[in-house]
Ligand binder design. Structure first.
Ligand SMILES: NC(=O)c1ccc[n+]([C@@H]2O[C@H](COP(=O)([O-])OP(=O)(O)OC[C@H]3O[C@@H](n4cnc5c(N)ncnc54)[C@H](O)[C@@H]3O)[C@@H](O)[C@H]2O)c1
Length: 335
């Protein structure tokens, strides 16, 4: 199934970036968001996305699709092949929005939710045709980072998940199917563990937010970006490999190193402290400045990873390589 028309329901941080990925990949997108400034916000995301996409690849890019703001969910979804819901993370709201999508979408439309952690079984509970609904959880910035976690609910049709897999590949992404439906899937489960520990470290004055970010960005962050966790630790085990690594560091798991079982109280004092230190860290840089710096760095990493191993590519660079091959094949077929 080739996707031609898309719909974005919600045009915030994530929905606006989905719309950008769709449009920059030549797909028309109808977007609905009741926010009075939705057009301005999506316009700013689109400008940064276009800038990043231009530098991502020299492969021939499709003519951008058309982005249209519409006044209702029904109008957005009626002719769409792929519908992406990115409304705020509240189950009742998601259920209501999915009932509206369900009633107006064509029967073979694919309906993905961007939820960060709600179960697809719960989101699809009130739909008449839930078999076409699934979670498609992206990572910010959606227009650059390739990963999308695909999670089916109890009533999702496995064939719809296969179609979704192909659809997200069509727009340059790396879909990973999560084998069992769990809260927060895989990525956010990992991120929440790190986030919770970081909150303790700030609360207990062990470091500032800037020092914590320095510790991450100058060390394991660089390793994780290109080899993940397990392959990194395989190397850390030296010639004896993974078994040796586990034998060496396994016992530390029972030492009181982390506080992961407890949640710090997010009281006003802790929120003020984090927000204040974060303002200081950002200095004069506004959100759109930080987005551009982040995007340039990600594009640079992706280029390094694409060209690694004498051009054979490595990890996320392989996803960019396959995407470029697809773009070239599409351009050749047009000739
Ligand atoms: N921010 C992230 O890093 C991130 C990453 C991955 C997934 N997500 C998920 O994406 C979803 C959206 O998150 P976000 O960060 O973009 O939030 P956001 O607050 O930036 O955007 C949500 C948008 O939805 C709009 N909205 C509210 N009610 C609506 C309705 N009935 N119909 C259409 N639009 C409506 C709001 O006006 C707002 O613009 C959430 O489920 C979140 O968990 C967020």
């Amino acid at each position: 199934m080739i996707i031609k028309k898309t719909a974005a329901i919600g045009g915030g941080v994530i929905g606006g970036a989905w719309a950008a990925r769709f449009v920059l990949n030549g797909l028309d997108c109808k977007i609905f968001d009741p926010h009075p400034e939705a057009e301005r916000i999506v316009g700013e995301v689109m400008a940064n996305a276009t800038r990043a996409f231009d530098s991502l690849t020299d492969a021939p890019k499709p003519e951008p699709g058309k982005l249209t703001f519409v006044p209702s969910i029904e109008e957005a979804v009626e002719a769409a092949d792929l519908i992406q819901e990115s409304v705020p993370e509240r189950l009742e709201l998601k259920q209501k929005v999915h009932m509206q999508i369900d009633a107006a979408a064509s029967e073979d439309a694919l309906i993905g939710s961007s939820t960060s952690g709600l179960l697809p079984t719960d989101i699809q509970a009130k739909m008449m045709a839930p078999e076409r609904m699934f979670v498609a959880h992206p990572y910010n910035p959606v227009y650059l980072l390739p990963l999308v976690e695909i999670v089916g609910g109890a009533r999702s049709d496995p064939a719809a998940l296969d179609h979704a897999h192909a659809a997200y590949e069509q727009i340059g992404m790396k879909p990973v199917r999560i084998r069992k439906e769990i809260d927060a899937f895989v990525g956010d489960r990992l991120l929440e563990a790190v986030w919770r520990e970081a909150l303790w470290l700030i609360r207990d004055d062990i470091c500032t937010v800037e020092e914590l970010d320095d510790i991450m960005t100058h060390s394991f962050g660089l390793r994780w970006a290109q080899m993940g966790l397990f392959q990194t630790y395989r190397i850390a085990g030296g010639e004896a490999g993974m078994r040796h690594f586990i034998e060496q560091f396994g016992p530390t798991m029972s030492l009181p190193w982390t506080k992961l079982m407890d949640v710090p109280d997010l009281d006003d004092a802790l929120i003020d402290k984090i927000a204040g230190q974060s303002d200081e860290q950002a200095g004069d840089l506004g959100i759109r400045d930080l987005e551009r710096i982040r995007d340039d760095n990600i594009v640079g990493f992706l280029h390094v990873l694409r060209d690694a191993r004498n051009g054979r590519g490595w990890s996320a660079g392989k996803a960019l390589k396959s995407y470029e091959e697809r773009l070239k094949a599409m351009a050749a077929n047009d000739v």
